[in-house]
Write a protein of this length. Structure first.
Lengths: 339, 339, 339, 339
């Protein structure tokens, strides 16, 4: 690789997730972060200074830049489809944070617009790149537990996002569960039915926003596989991110991550670990780097992206179905809508 | 206790579960197993010989026996309601194996018949007495994890029962899930909604019997609590019986049980435990003894039974609701039907 | 077994360990506890009442009893050799608590006296019967980790015994470490060298008694195997009893035991277990029952005892060598003195 | 830090450990790797190309380079003292791989030569920077387990080094155990006595070289603390690096590290982890980076180094004492020789 020229990339958005991508690109030996675009130019400037990039305010400056290979879109959700379309139209590879958009019609319109473009368009479902989840999946694929029958996903955030974030998030299914729905499809791409139950057990604020603070979702795959997702918007002991894949001949599980292997035993209890890594920046630090590697690999080789734009569409379809099921109390068929 | 005379009990049924109860009674310092009744008199005789009891063929001989304090009903399900009613009518305390009956109308008729009798009538939901599950529940009750929000129950049998058993079992919800439904109510007595999904992923035989081999159930409690149950009729690594109680300030979990603490590390893998205890006779051996203790305690003190006849009714109501939900794809309201 | 008459046994000593044996014998289907002998007749009476035995004051009454098969010696250490010799002389099988005696000359004299008697004489090194330790050993014997190279034994009491007990205990090596020395010989019977280091880190009382509160011992087997023992007279988190067997192709370990599988996660820490089982009565409850089974088996079949009288001699030889090594700072050769 | 100019460092040695340091320096935002010196200039060139440094053959070129802040010495052991002395004399900070030298007299002579120089001189005992070991130590220092009483260190290499390496290694105590001796001093700096036992259980090659393949060492601290070290030159399940600190009120332990949290359960066994990280490059990858950070911090702030040159001396004194003890079978006093 040392003989290849580095890929030249631009970044949209200098917020929390933009910073993750910017620092990873700056540290990546095969990538040059050329531009960071953000209407809030101060943030872009600070980040550009720390990563050796150039800050710009207007996306047009990105599209006018010669010699770019691709973009990473980490700007607010409402900007996604426009930036995807315009980038793809200019032959720039795209890695876009989830979700594509909160409105499925907007997403489907975007799909039409980019039809025919051949550049890699990748969705930022970072958890597919978590080393533990990825290992479970590859060992399932390798047949280590026989035919896959059930998947249990537990996913709890450490604490609710601020009220404003929640209010514009599209609701827990489209904002939070969507990651787990993609994880379900990572194991069972062809989902045919969605049942969901939502509840309000701890947050009056979330209730006032007509959103749930706790949900469970059951998915059925076309092969009869049953996947259950359990979500909560809070968790006293950290970021709870676990998964079990149960098959005909065994089970593979991926647990939470502690910063070290230290355990303590004392008069009150034994073998106590430290709290789990606090949130996604820590837990999925390796995943973000592996995601960037995969994006670079797709650009260089033209290999199909995973997760793809279509995976982003499918996850939103499932999230919408879950929201509908939680509202109506009825199982929603999504046969044919994904996979 | 040594100064009290032992309780004199009789046992209906000398099959697998009858043998468990007979041996536990024989070993219990405060209990005398007087009679074992079974139409298959040979089985009753063998068991009676091993436990120092007397074998009889006709239940009437039990009811004619003077000085009995109570009975344990371990005979086939269709005999339960009749034996409960007749025993209670004679002032005998009852510990009856689950389910009371597969037909809710029969169960409700039985409830009418025993109305007014004051003897303890206890249902054999043995898992409430598992030391780990019982500890989780008592620590939840003690407020150790704050308000209870979510319960995750995973329960898988090692292998499907024989075809004949399945055919007359009343279906997976009434036969297998019913234990987990009672466990759910052990934590959240007042369940208001039931959603279930069933699937056939590995057994053609079970499919031919119009039953599911794998199911998931989501329950909602009156306080918004969400309980998920995951069942499979088979499990390659033993009897999978786990539970997590998630609350506002923490989580308590109970795991599977291995025969010893031995772990092995070698070139292929590390920290490998032995397979889990194979099935309920081994996993719940302590639970059956604790259940017997609790039954004896209720007889001696008149303390209310837990689980009670009403708990048996409630579990069946939930099992029926789950079966209906799996069939219709609709959430079933059971508000007011239990707790 | 149900057709055999029960073995008739007598018990010497109604103290803490005597009570363990008495209750186990009372509960054992193949054993009848006939007599309990103790000069402190009140204790014997209470225990006899609880177990259906007869209390006697004078050992002679045991030896005069017709139809006895054997005795269990749980009386104070100074009575052991006399009771062993007299029991063996009368054709009674013996299960004697450790140690045979604190004085090796007394032990060797006893060995001479019982030479030629063919009744089973078994030493009460109960840990050989712990299910976890026994499993590690049998899997080592089966070759599961190749040639055995190293054994790591960690053994800590929850709290020091009372001053009077310590004062007459023979010192930590002969009183406490002796169990671990036997455990070492359970894995590597032929020990050739002993090195020990003693220290006083927490108890002024033990120091005043010229004893150590903490010691480590390294043993070398005739095949070059290295065994390390780490002891402390106290442990804040319960009875710490662990073992690792390391071989050419892997490692088998046995860990501490908790009452249940419950683990707690909260804001301060995760996956915390309850404190370990508090002391030997709880941790080795199963071991004492298995030991009794093995004793009964030896009586019935004439099979050689393990641990045998010779194992008791060997452990004392090692304990003496460890005490000498800790005093002199020199490795002590014990080649030929055991195995 | 972004406003400070990077530290300019040079590296001696482009072998395995040199490559670790070179890549870490290249990735470190506050360090510029200026020169790599190695008589085998091809290796230096390849590594320099990959890390943006300049390769030189003669150490003099390093000493002639203007504007250097320090050096990392990763060249063969016999070159260490010369390079330390010459670097320190030129005012260059030094991070030198262990050991300083295999000959204590050479080490002491070097100590005389550098007396009076004030530049940081740090020893490369990388394990002090392992996140788990460092956390245990800091929590012990914080008093979390009360007074420290016992430390158990288990340290096994995956496989023996090649014959040539072993032959010139100075023996297992000076080559391998020396890391564990420093770890012991990390917890208990003032060691007063050393007892060691060596054995040959698996390698005829090592035996022919008059070296041991397996050893145990017991250290006593001036406060009576007992530290045990168990070493083996091979380990079937990976690089076995564990530590337990036992104190008056509890225990802190650090376990082995697996690449992910994945565990597998199947018919043959349950909860099996992957093999541990294979060797020091993987297990101590984070430690090497933290070590480099600490070195940079000392250079910038003048803060005392840990581990220091004196720690290097002390570890060698202990290794020599262990070798002597294993040979003579006598405990060796080292009171006053360290701490």
């Amino acid at each position: 690789m040392s003989t290849e020229r580095p890929l030249r990339l631009a970044l949209f958005g200098s917020g929390r997730i933009g910073q993750v991508h910017a620092r990873n690109m700056a540290a990546h030996p095969g990538i040059e972060l050329a531009l960071i675009a953000d209407p809030f130019i101060d943030g872009a400037r600070r980040l550009a200074e720390a990563t050796g990039a150039r800050a710009v305010q207007d996306p047009e400056e990105v599209f006018a830049e010669p010699g770019l290979d691709g973009v990473i879109i980490g700007s607010p959700t409402p900007t996604h489809v426009d930036l995807i379309s315009r980038s793809a139209a200019r032959g720039l590879a795209v890695l876009c944070e989830k979700p594509i958009d909160l409105d499925i019609n907007t997403v489907l319109a975007c799909r039409e617009q980019i039809r025919g473009y051949t550049v890699p368009i990748m969705l930022g479902f970072n958890r597919r790149f978590d080393p533990s989840f990825a290992e479970v999946r590859s060992r399932v694929e390798a047949g280590e537990i026989g035919r896959l029958e059930q998947v249990t996903i537990i996913s709890r955030d450490p604490a609710p996002a601020p009220r404003d974030y929640i209010a514009s998030s599209g609701g827990i299914f489209r904002d939070m569960t969507i990651h787990d729905l993609d994880m379900a499809r990572f194991f069972v791409p062809d989902i045919v039915e969605v049942s969901a139950v939502g509840s309000n057990v701890f947050s009056d604020e979330i209730k006032e926003l007509d959103d749930f603070d706790s949900v469970t979702v059951t998915l059925r795959g076309s092969g009869g596989e049953l996947i259950t997702i359990t979500n909560s918007r809070h968790c006293a002991f950290g970021y709870d991110q676990r998964l079990e894949a149960f098959g005909a001949t065994g089970m593979l599980s991926a647990g939470n991550v502690t910063p070290t292997t230290v355990r303590k035993s004392g008069a009150e209890g034994t073998e106590e670990s430290a709290p789990y890594l606090p949130f996604f920046l820590e837990r999925y630090a390796q995943a973000y780097m592996a995601e960037l590697d995969a994006f670079a690999h797709s650009i260089r080789t033209g290999a199909p992206c995973s997760p793809s734009f279509e995976d982003g569409v499918a996850a939103l379809v499932l999230a919408n179905a879950a929201a509908e099921s939680a509202l109506t109390g009825k199982t929603v068929s999504v046969a044919g809508a994904n996979a």
